[in-house]
Design a binder for this molecule. Sequence first.
Ligand SMILES: Cc1cc2nc3c(=O)[nH]c(=O)nc-3n(C[C@H](O)[C@H](O)[C@H](O)COP(=O)(O)OP(=O)(O)OC[C@H]3O[C@@H](n4cnc5c(N)ncnc54)[C@H](O)[C@@H]3O)c2cc1C
Length: 298
Amino acid sequence: MFNKLIVALMPLAPRFIVKMISKRYIAGEDTPSAMATCKQLNAQGFLTTVDILGESVTTNDQAREACDSYLDLITEVSKSNIEKNISLKPTAMGLGLSYDMAFEFIAAIVQKAHESGVFIRIDMEDSPYTDKTLEMYERLRDQYPQLGTVIQAYMHRSLDDVKKIATSSGNLRICKGIYKESPQIAYQDADEVRHNYIKLVREMLEQGAYVGIATHDPFLIDESLRLIDELNISADKYEFQALLGVPIVKRLEALISMGHRVRIYVPFGSEWYAYSSRRLKENPDVAGYVLKNLFVKN
Ligand SMILES: Cc1cc2nc3c(=O)[nH]c(=O)nc-3n(C[C@H](O)[C@H](O)[C@H](O)COP(=O)(O)OP(=O)(O)OC[C@H]3O[C@@H](n4cnc5c(N)ncnc54)[C@H](O)[C@@H]3O)c2cc1C
């Protein structure tokens, strides 16, 4: 209750307080900080994907700037010895302004990534963008095999979408979904979302497609392990994924020691506020935990 109150009051809190609370979720504001975090995680046996924070730009110039930042990031990542894997949000590329412009920017990024040996995953945002995002993925995937996108288990449509994509070259991250969607198009009940999540992972694995199992939910991690075992899936056909800062490191380390691949999503950049607010709303306990540690000395 107290923690929920903290999160509700966040818009009124000074930015430095929000920053302090959300620090654990962000790898810093610039590329070197993100690279350093990835390097450390890679040394611990984790795979990584880097994401420049930012979404829903309001002008074409902002979209172009975001595209340029991604092109620079590809240069940096390809020169470094960190995992060559990047995630991006279509509305940061201007999808909310113009499909054609966003497609042009995303295609340029994917082309450069292809030349540099970098994998690109197109994140999935709220439902006005689902069709457009999947259409972009379909248009690009044949030419660029190092490309993937995301399906959200809370959406009623997702099994149909997965069935279309899950040919042997499909590459999808499956997550529960983070945006507020209406009951007309999305499951609201946590168990229904879980049930659908497992159906989607099963479909991907049965079709021989590559699946990123992106969840911190121990039930879903256990069920996915059970499926992998039941279907006798080799370890190069899937990976587990988690967000930087979510406190399940021990579980993830255990997965690695069992021979599973685990990727950490590493966001960075100056646009940390919206991202941090979403993470804190997901788990208000983190706010209380961080504040308590400020005042209570163990
Ligand atoms: C790698 C990755 C990429 C993602 N990409 C997308 C995307 O492209 N589009 C999209 O809509 N969503 C995306 N998400 C978010 C996802 O949809 C869920 O909202 C989020 O993962 C929470 O769901 P959960 O499966 O972890 O289960 P939950 O039931 O929410 O969480 C399970 C457990 O983890 C704990 N936990 C969850 N979140 C946090 C947190 N922030 N801090 C501390 N503990 C926490 C919970 O308290 C709970 O104990 C992504 C998630 C991951 C892991």
